[in-house]
Ligand binder design. Structure first.
Ligand SMILES: [Zn+2]
Length: 328
């Protein structure tokens, strides 16, 4: 098949894995029958690698320290070392390789941006790794990898358009359509966490005021609680107080559900996805799936809300599994 990947490079391996529930041709299934997938989650403190077989089953996994204090070149060599071990595990049989990392490789410049591993910002990470490894690779941000894992193997399996939402320390998101991640010319498709929903809201690290992230991420919620009540509390504790009917926590969460409703309804209005899958620490808060969804229904531009909004199924491994799935 004459396909190109999201950076315009020719792709030999088809993007739809054999285990994908979407329609596929016999040719794709045939090509992937012997295709292993290697994925790597490149974090600030650890690098996790995984090998999947063509059915998406995990064969091998290993974690090493990133050792970012030794700088950019050292990190690349850490990736190379781990990649060698993973490939050796399948005796270097043909495989795809994808990396998930915080941050975005700019489709325009090829340089890494928005990364929390500061020494990687402004570096041509993809090109450098391709030179070092002597092969093509794909790099996507970790929210896109989460969305891919959930779309193909998790809660969004069999759905055409999946919006994966991460509500963790910050808010990220990824869009998967027909088994492929939508990236966009600036590499920011799905970055719903930095839509402003209140021009008079709190200042976000990105420079804007009232971003979704400042209201409904774990970090944002804890900061807003501390501002409002003058006391710092972990989100879990505020949740317990909410369930116990403590009035401050109930009032606080009411505002949270309102912001959640507004933010999710905005993205449903634009994309009308087949499903929204929630991940990250905040997604464990069960009231989101009742009170939170009721607020979404109030704001969405439709007489009824039909979009399923569900908890993730793959959980903590979604980043590394998604990295394996986006590989080329
Ligand atoms: Zn922001």
């Amino acid at each position: 098949m004459n396909r190109r990947n999201l950076h315009g490079l020719p792709v030999k391996a088809p993007r739809l894995p054999a285990f994908c529930a979407l329609e596929q041709t016999a040719t794709i299934a045939e090509t992937l029958r012997n295709m292993f997938r290697i994925g790597m989650d490149l974090g600030g403190t650890k690098i996790e690698g995984i090998v999947l077989d063509a059915q998406g089953k995990e064969l091998f996994r290993k974690r090493i320290a990133t050792e970012r204090e030794h700088g950019y070149r050292h990190i690349l060599n850490r990736v190379k070392g781990l990649y060698g071990e993973l490939a050796a595990h399948i005796k270097n049989a043909p495989h795809t390789f994808g990396i998930g990392a915080p941050g975005v490789v700019s489709p325009r410049t090829g340089l890494m941006k928005n990364s929390n591993t500061v020494c990687m910002i402004g570096q041509p990470v993809k090109a450098d790794l391709e030179n070092l490894l002597g092969r093509k690779i794909e790099i996507q941000n970790d929210a896109n990898c989460f969305a891919m894992a959930e779309a193909l193997l998790g809660a969004g399996r069999g759905k055409k358009l999946v919006f994966g939402v991460i509500m963790g320390t910050g808010c990220g998101g990824g869009i998967v359509h027909n088994g492929e991640v939508l990236v966009g010319p600036q590499g920011i498709a799905g970055e719903w966490g930095h839509m402003s929903i209140d021009p008079n809201g709190p200042k976000c690290y990105c420079g804007q005021l009232g971003c979704v992230e400042t209201f409904i991420s774990g970090g944002g919620l804890e900061a807003r609680y501390a501002e409002q009540f003058g006391i710092k509390k972990p989100l879990r504790e505020i949740e317990q107080e909410f369930y116990a009917g403590e009035p401050d926590a109930v009032a606080f969460m009411k505002i949270f559900f309102r912001h959640f409703g507004r933010a999710i309804a905005n993205l449903i209005d634009i994309l009308d996805p087949d499903i929204v899958v929630l991940g990250g620490g905040v997604s464990k808060f069960d009231a989101l799936y009742t009170d939170g969804i009721a607020e979404v229904a109030k704001f969405v531009f439709s007489d009824s809300l039909e979009t399923p909004i569900v908890k993730h199924q793959i959980g903590d491994s979604a980043g590394v599994i998604g990295a394996a799935l986006i590989g080329v």
